[in-house]
Ligand binder design. Structure first.
Ligand code: C2E
Ligand code: SIN
Ligand code: SIN
Ligand code: FE
Ligand code: FE
Length: 328
């Protein structure tokens, strides 16, 4: 930009609307880096005045200008001519473009027009960049808010299920570890996490009398219990950002040998993340107290998981599960 302007140095100060300050953002042509410490209140000095009043300021020789409060920052630069051009986009001050010359320059209307055009374009570019930043930030905030909401639901479900403290958190963590070992891509992990947190959301459709029953379920009660993965599908599939997270809620009770529910999928027809999740979920369920039975010992549960390899579970998922235990 200094070249285009045939200037010795240029710098851009950005307006910070929260602090009401002008702060150095970019510059070129300076002998020292001192200009980077520019930080003025709106209205302070020549630059602050130009931004506050939205007026182009021209000073033929800044060495003689007492209002130029940054004289110390420019010591040794030998600047004389100064132009301060407010950057205004959509009626808002975005900052100030400053141009410095070391030699005298005659008034030149064509050059002034060019300076104003450049300032206008810069203001629009800054405005666009800030809009994009704001958009990215609000998107991130929205995703964070969604994920906090999911974790809240998930805790509420654990409470209702009378799960031992932290069942879903533990199962989610283990599933993510298994997924990493299975080389599931990082982009998918967020969906794996959401799916694991919501895996039993379908149990919201199972009445307390069944969910909290101390003993074995009757055939009719099992029919209702077996609906929970389909209910999860029905609840979550209309929510666009949870669609990629459906595999676990929908398929976590499918079994490798095809005897699971709701669809009786077999082997690799079952999505990988649901196969991994099943091992984590059953492991945690077996080693926890349930309304219908006391917790199993770790040995008994490990024995059971090994025994169910190739029946309930994908043998590869079981291998990863034992591999993970060795890592711990
Ligand atoms: P859950 O208690 O979270 O259990 C999840 C899965 O872990 C079960 O899916 C099953 O695969 C495994 N699992 C848990 N406990 C045992 C066990 O004692 N023995 C064996 N072999 N496997 C176990 P499943 O069977 O599809 O059950 C789904 C849900 O149905 C259970 O979630 C639980 O809420 C309910 N449920 C299962 N059995 C009973 C029962 O005997 N009585 C009551 N009241 N509810 C039951
Ligand atoms: C849970 O209750 O959180 C897991 C049980 C299931 O997957 O059915
Ligand atoms: C059953 O009662 O049929 C099995 C218990 C369970 O898997 O949770
Ligand atoms: Fe379930
Ligand atoms: Fe579970």
């Amino acid at each position: 930009m200094a070249d285009q302007l045939e200037a010795d140095a240029v710098c851009i100060l950005l307006f910070n609307p929260h602090m009401l300050t002008l702060e150095f953002a970019a510059g070129s042509g300076f002998h020292t880096g001192a200009i980077q410490n520019s930080r003025l209140h709106l209205g302070e000095g020549i630059a602050g005045y130009a931004a506050l009043k939205r007026e182009l300021i021209v000073i033929p020789d800044i060495r003689e200008e007492k209002e130029f409060v940054r004289a110390d920052l420019l010591a040794g630069e030998n600047f004389t001519g100064y132009w301060g051009v407010p950057l205004v986009a959509k009626g808002e001050v975005k900052g100030l473009l400053e141009v410095f010359h070391r030699n005298h320059r005659d008034e030149d209307p064509a050059w002034m027009d060019f300076l104003k055009t450049l300032a206008g374009q810069s203001a629009i570019a800054i405005d666009n960049a800030q809009l994009f930043e704001d958009l990215k930030r609000s998107h991130t905030e929205l995703v964070l808010a969604y994920d906090d909401t999911i974790e809240g639901w998930s805790r509420a479900m654990d409470l209702r299920d009378r799960e031992t403290e932290g069942h879903t958190r533990r199962v989610t963590e283990m599933t993510l570890n298994l997924a990493r070992l299975a080389d599931i891509s990082t982009e998918r992990l967020i969906h794996v996490k959401r799916g694991a947190l919501l895996h039993d959301i379908g149990k919201l459709g199972v009445p307390d009398s069944i969910l909290h029953k101390p003993g074995a379920l009757t055939d009719d009660e099992w029919k209702i219990m077996h609906r929970h993965p389909q209910l999860a599908y029905d609840m979550l599939s209309p929510i666009a950002y949870l669609k990629p997270a459906l595999d676990i809620p929908y398929c976590h009770h499918e079994k490798w040998d095809g005897t699971g529910y709701p669809r009786g999928l077999k082997g690799e027809e079952i999505p990988l993340e649901a196969r991994l999740f099943a091992v984590a979920d059953v492991w945690d369920a077996l080693t926890s107290d349930r309304p219908y039975r006391a917790a199993w010992s770790q040995e008994k549960a490990l024995e059971y998981i090994k025994e169910q390899s190739g029946r309930h579970f994908d043998p590869q998922a079981v291998e990863l599960f034992f591999g993970l235990r060795e890592c711990l």
